[in-house]
Write a protein that binds this ligand. Structure first.
Ligand SMILES: C[S@@+](CC[C@H](N)C(=O)[O-])C[C@H]1O[C@@H](n2cnc3c(N)ncnc32)[C@H](O)[C@@H]1O
Length: 532
């Protein structure tokens, strides 16, 4: 026997979300604090709907009231109703299931479809707390009809003017080409041709414009979220905006005294409470969260929409050390997927030019997508081999980032780090390519000022040895001290067995720096008097 619809249970996810909402509303507790008490995997799914409810609370409650959802179904749990209506209007926009609580708002929604949209729109106007988008985001019907009207207007204007012009054009052409035709025939042909051709052209343009028009955003965009945590906008106050957003989500900022050492900073990170975050000691705009929230941020809407960029702190040090000023011309020789390009763009406040080169076709597509989504206007992606770039085409390059393919032995997500079995043959091959790449950067472009070289490897073969060889091959460059560039607030440098090299290079080590394992070296072109 099949189950009666009302005996089918609502999925756990919605029941758990409704329970949190109920507690938050009854006990006046912060939704976020309650979510923190949940396991991270569950917290993520709870957060999405609850966040949408918090953002659109007035509209959701008004929709429930005006559709009579609770009045007509007195046994309906009000918190569950809020959660389900939020999902239906602002979330997945569907509730697939046979349980009664699912069916009820869906049926109500069908009955009141137009009304529901109006209610949402009206509510977003008068709520000072809600940071809803303009009404147009929801009222797609109005939006479309206004556009149709404008297009028709343009169409009518064109239909009156173009045939006249077309008529005279075609008539003079006919008269010149077929002088034996009488005036009546010429006029008839001219009218017909002009009207048909103009009709066709205008209709094609109108169709094309409609086809190309992107669908309006379905998700509300909050004002507070428009800046990224790691913003690529040239605005000065992007970090302040991000901090305001985090505060609205009940995150607490842990601050350090101005004279805090690097050791103090690391100790503070290790003792971060679960709802605390910190600003980074070295890189402006980088915010640090407890590792347990990694999965939470990965699926966060701000991260998915690239308004907030998630990256390991070590990754952002390369652009920070290279430090191209606003307006500079930069070459990122091995760019995909584009994380360092994004940070370069951030350092340059989206002003200047970044040539981002990638050899692999698929990875190049990712690079284009990521940089476009993040709003990096100054990036010029190039599909090709960086070793083929010539001084003629790239004479204007002043700063270069070289982040070539490497063994990846420093990546945290590997089960082993340096006790990974060493594959000498592979390292030898990689070293050859790395030396070629860095040497090309040092020799092919006449106006280069600084070059940053980095790998996510902890093997000397890919690091100190590459630096040593390239300095021998290119004596017009010197190494700068990475540690000094970080105001000496750093611990791990390169191997001292490489004189004048090790101490100037920098390692980020997972155990002591709490980052991925990364190697960095910074080169500067010698001035003429230094060469002499
Ligand atoms: C370590 S990854 C770069 C990561 C990137 N910088 C980032 O931060 O997202 C190295 C990249 O260099 C690309 N690559 C390797 N050889 C190349 C070449 N000769 N020219 C251009 N790109 C190359 C690889 O396909 C790979 O995507």
């Amino acid at each position: 026997m099949s189950k009666k619809p009302h005996s089918v249970k609502v999925p756990t996810k919605y029941r758990a979300t409704a329970k949190i909402l109920k507690t938050a509303l009854q006990q006046q507790k912060s939704v976020k604090t309650l979510i923190f008490a949940e396991k991270p995997a569950r917290a993520r799914s709870l957060h999405t709907v609850l966040k949408k409810f918090c953002d659109n609370r007035v509209a959701v409650e008004k929709a429930i009231e005006e559709t009579g959802l609770l009045r007509d179904n007195p046994s309906f749990d009000p918190s569950l109703a809020k959660v389900l209506v939020t999902e239906l209007v602002y979330g997945r926009k569907e509730l697939n299931g046979e349980s009664k609580p699912f069916q009820t708002p869906v049926e109500m929604g069908k009955k009141n479809k137009k009304q529901q949209v109006d209610v949402v729109a009206a509510a977003s106007d008068d709520s000072p707390a809600a940071i809803d988008p303009p009404v147009e985001n929801y009222t797609q019907e109005e939006d479309t009809s206004a556009e149709v009207f404008l297009w028709l207007l343009a169409y009518s204007v064109l239909m009156f003017t173009l045939p006249f012009l077309g008529f005279y054009g075609v008539r003079s052409w006919l008269q010149e080409s077929f002088p034996h035709l009488d005036l009546f025939t010429v006029n008839c042909w001219s009218v017909l041709t002009a009207v048909v051709v103009v009709n066709l052209v205008v209709a094609m343009y109108v169709l094309k414009a409609f086809r190309e028009k992107p669908p309006p955003p379905l998700e509300p965009v909050q004002q507070d979220e428009e800046e990224e945590l790691e913003a690529v906008e040239p605005k000065k106050d992007h970090v302040a905006e991000a901090l305001r957003y985090l505060s609205s989500e009940d995150w607490r900022r842990k601050e350090l005294p101005a004279d805090a050492s690097y050791a103090d900073f690391l100790t503070a990170i290790k003792s971060l409470e679960e709802d605390e975050f910190m600003t980074d000691l070295h890189v402006e705009g980088v915010l640090i969260f407890p590792a347990k929230w990694a999965n939470y941020w990965v699926s966060h809407e701000l991260v998915r929409s690239k308004r907030l960029i998630l990256q390991n702190k070590a990754t952002s040090l390369a652009a920070e050390l290279l430090a191209p000023p606003m307006g500079a011309t930069v070459l990122d020789m091995c760019a995909a997927p584009g994380m360092k390009t994004l940070h370069l763009c951030n350092v340059m406040k989206n002003k200047g030019c970044i040539y981002s080169v990638e050899l692999d076709h698929v990875r190049y597509e990712t690079l284009c997508e990521i940089t476009e989504q993040a709003g990096c206007e100054i990036v010029k992606p190039i599909l090709g081999d960086a070793l083929d770039l010539t001084s003629e085409r790239f004479a204007d390059v002043e700063y270069i980032l070289v982040d070539p393919s490497c063994s990846g032995s420093g990546m945290q997500n590997r089960m082993t780090v340096c006790d990974e079995r060493k594959d000498d043959n592979r390292l030898y091959r990689l070293q050859g390519v790395q030396i070629k790449m860095l040497s090309h950067a040092m020799s092919a472009f006449p106006n280069v000022k600084r070059i940053a070289y980095c790998t996510c490897s902890l093997w000397k073969e890919e690091n100190e040895q590459v630096v040593q060889r390239c300095l021998q091959l290119n004596p017009s460059y010197k190494l700068l001290s990475c540690k000094k560039a970080l105001r000496n607030k750093w611990h791990n440098v390169g191997d001292k067995d490489y004189p004048n090299i090790g101490k100037n290079c920098l390692y980020c080590l997972p155990d002591s720096d709490l980052t991925d394992g990364i190697f960095l070296a910074l080169f500067e072109k010698l001035r003429q008097d230094e060469i002499d």
